[in-house]
Write a protein that binds this ligand. Structure first.
Ligand code: ZN
Ligand code: ZN
Length: 349
């Protein structure tokens, strides 16, 4: 085991133009008694990393290593860990601690835990060659996907799944999807596999083309009306001005769920045009471990086409800048150099 590793840190949050990510050589972390140490095989680049780097989210851990869509190979297990062995593949996601005692945890809503902690925000994440995870928050990963394909499932996939649950789409219903990045393109496929009619509303022509290829019934600009009223909608774009647009597109009784952790300001709503006739507006806050396990199980049974743009770990700053500039198709994924003494890990099949 090497003593040091390559990593990226957010030394001082700032707009991407001021390059808030800094390359660093850090000690390889030592796993605590309840943790796994994984060698990072792939780490997805999520919009939340951008919010951490640019300071939309307050600093929780100074000089944090971002990244919470980590596909890793277990290289060490803490003394108290059971059920995991060196050599297994493990997923490290956003949620990494809940208290288990607060009223939310006791009610099965650990995503709202008052003492929750997050990978790549409260603790160092996967923009590095190695990372730790509490074993109780590590995921088993489905077969049939490469490391690079699995990475975006761990946040984009799980959060999209929760947003779909929160949208309460009826069986065979009409779903609107606003914005079509990493999370949306996975959620659309899951909804289609479950019998939904999906209409995608997004700015970029290339994303609209991808939506149609993945089976969307229609794809149009974000501010246009869908071809039919919607039973449910999910807002993936972090754009508050789309909230009234999506609410106006809902049929009576419909629900809009907002998937992002951060949204620009929502303009004033008009009660008659946007909410009356029992339309509902809901947020989505992180996920429970149960959401994660259920989604990864579904991803194992319905093969999802995961569109990725791989970047070497050494180009993490460029990957995040490309995400900020909407220049990434599907999901950006960081790939560290493979360890020299090991055989290559499995790739796309
Ligand atoms: Zn709690
Ligand atoms: Zn994320």
């Amino acid at each position: 085991m090497p003593e040091t590793m390559s990593a990226w840190q957010v030394v001082e949050p700032a707009p991407m133009a001021r390059r808030p990510l800094r390359a660093a050589t850090l000690p390889v972390p030592t796993p605590a008694a309840d943790e796994l140490l994984v060698r990072v095989l792939a780490c997805g680049v999520c919009r939340t990393d951008l919010h951490v780097a640019e300071g939309d989210l307050p600093v929780h851990r100074p000089a944090v290593v971002p990244g919470h869509e980590v596909v890793g190979r277990v290289v060490a297990v803490g003394a108290e860990v059971t059920g995991w062995a060196v050599g297994e593949r493990a997923g490290v996601a956003w949620l990494r601690h809940t208290c288990g005692r607060c009223r939310y945890c006791r009610a099965g809503a650990e995503n709202l835990c008052l003492a929750s902690r997050y990978t790549g925000w409260d603790a160092d994440g996967g923009y590095a060659q190695y990372a730790t995870v509490p074993a109780g928050y590590a995921y088993r990963l489905p077969a049939g996907y490469s490391d690079v394909q699995l990475a975006p499932l761990l946040c984009a996939g799980i959060i999209g799944y929760r947003a779909l649950l929160r949208a309460e789409l009826p069986a065979g219903g009409r779903l609107g999807i606003y914005g079509f990045g990493a999370s949306a393109h996975l959620t659309a496929q899951l909804a289609i596999a479950q019998g939904a009619t999906v209409h995608v509303l997004t700015r970029a022509a290339a994303a609209r083309q991808l939506a149609l290829e993945l089976g969307a019934a229609s794809a149009g600009p974000a501010d246009a009306a869908p071809p039919e009223p919607l039973d449910a909608a999910i807002l993936f774009a972090p754009v508050g001005t789309l909230v009234p647009v999506a609410l106006a597109a809902l049929d009576a009784g419909g629900t809009l769920s907002v998937a992002g952790i951060h949204l620009s300001d929502i303009p004033p709503l008009n009660y008659q045009r946007h909410l009356f006739r029992e339309r509902t507006l809901r947020s989505v806050t992180a996920n429970t471990r149960d959401d994660g396990r259920r989604f990864l199980d579904l991803a194992g049974r319905h093969h999802l086409h995961v569109t990725t743009t791989p970047y070497p770990l050494a180009q993490a700053d460029r990957a995040l800048a490309d995400l900020a500039g909407d220049r990434v198709e599907g999901a950006a994924v960081l790939v560290p150099d493979p360890a020299p003494a090991e055989p290559a890990t499995e790739r796309a099949r």
